[in-house]
Write a protein that binds this ligand. Structure first.
Ligand SMILES: C[S@@+](CC[C@H](N)C(=O)[O-])C[C@H]1O[C@@H](n2cnc3c(N)ncnc32)[C@H](O)[C@@H]1O
Length: 358
């Protein structure tokens, strides 16, 4: 879990690790995987096709082959499976909207000292602007389309009839839960422009008929309806602790007795609040792109949940390699469930006593 830079060489290696990411970003910016497509290419032919220098392309392709993204055979290069699919704009599995979002972060991270000095985000994101929201929402869909079904397969929603995907964006998780649970109906709640994308995506799935839409400012408005499950994924980190505490109270009011709040986020899990590494690094993104966001420890989130009135809080562990974040799901129960269970237990004690006294 720990990571330690102690020698100058460790420090140099950590800094120069930017080189491979920059090579990968250049490949996406130049759209090289699309240009290569399904054919084998020599460098001179590819350079002619892409109108680029042979020298530049030869060095770039050699590095992409070193990273396993291209396959080199003799003097020719062809795409790896990943290059030919998710990275290739001609393929139906292309995840271009997410690729564009993460590659654009390179320039933003270059401005990190500005945000560290001011404590404020860079100036370009406008969360409520419809075009921005649309692009971002498609990016979120391309981010989680493989992960969501794997997570839905591991969370037992047996008995649940209604689920709210709060801040659900494209509804990719809601759709995955619906596909897995035929008796479930779901509502995706977000800004209107995000819901337009969710509707487009749902219209391509059979289970989309069981999805409805709730436009809402989740930061300030009461959550209408009542649900067996609220799925709150990747929103906690956008806001400050007091925003999240207030949101938990509104979420509790919208849960049926016995209901569950499932929070998925980049939680810190160690005592000092440093690890996993991804969770600390993700806080930097929140500094760059949000006014009050951060990443939080599982322990402090538990405390906010308890204060809001939730009980029986635990981490749901997903199989390694299937998670959105490492140990990234917290489950909390509405007190109704707890009381019901206690009542049931008391009832069963009474009945066994009465049996033995008969
Ligand atoms: C990082 S995305 C996560 C999307 C999805 N839940 C997932 O896990 O992939 C955060 C979502 O929360 C929504 N959101 C953030 N603040 C909101 C607010 N105040 N009202 C409504 N939606 C909000 C955003 O529009 C966005 O769709």
């Amino acid at each position: 879990m720990s990571m330690s830079i102690t020698t100058f060489n460790d420090f140099r290696d950590a800094i120069t690790a930017y080189r491979l990411p920059r090579v990968l970003i250049a490949a996406i910016e130049l759209d090289i995987f699309t240009a290569i497509g399904t054919d084998p290419w020599t460098i001179p032919d590819l350079a002619r096709e892409m109108k680029m220098s042979e020298r530049g392309l030869a060095i770039l392709c050699r590095n992409l082959a070193m990273a396993g993204l291209l396959k080199k055979q003799g003097e020719t290069y062809r795409n790896s499976r990943l290059g030919a699919t998710a990275l290739n704009a001609q393929h139906p599995a292309y995840r271009g909207d997410y690729l564009r979002l993460i590659t654009s972060h390179w320039t933003d991270w270059g401005r990190l000292p500005e945000s560290v000095k001011t404590g404020l985000p860079l100036d370009h994101d406008k969360p409520d602007e419809p075009d921005y929201r649309r692009r971002f929402t498609w990016a979120m869909h391309h981010r989680t389309l493989e992960t969501a079904p794997k997570i839905a397969a591991q969370i037992d929603l047996h008995g649940a009839r209604t689920l709210l995907d709060l801040g659900g964006g494209p509804g990719t998780y809601a759709m995955a839960f619906l596909a897995k649970n035929p008796m479930l109906r779901a509502t995706v709640c977000d800004r209107p422009a995000a819901l337009d994308v969710a509707k487009e995506i749902a219209s391509t799935h059979k289970a989309g008929a069981r999805l409805s839409y709730l436009p809402l400012d989740l930061l300030t408005e009461t959550i209408s309806g009542s649900y067996d499950v609220i799925w709150y994924s990747n929103v906690l980190h956008i806001y400050a602790p007091q925003d999240n505490q207030a949101l938990f109270r509104r979420a509790l009011a919208a849960l049926n007795p016995g209901g569950r709040l499932l929070i998925q986020d980049a939680f810190l899990h160690d005592r000092k609040g440093l690890f996993p590494k991804e969770a600390s690094l993700f806080a930097v993104s929140m500094l760059l792109f949000t006014e009050r966001g951060n990443t939080y420890s599982a322990a402090e989130t538990r405390a906010w949940l308890t204060e809001a009135g939730f009980g029986r809080i635990k981490v749901l562990r997903m199989k390694k390699g299937t998670e959105d974040w490492e140990d990234g799901i917290l489950e909390a129960r509405s007190p109704g469930a707890h009381e019901k269970t206690l009542a049931r237990r008391t009832g069963s004690v009474k009945s066994s006593r009465s049996r033995s006294s008969r």
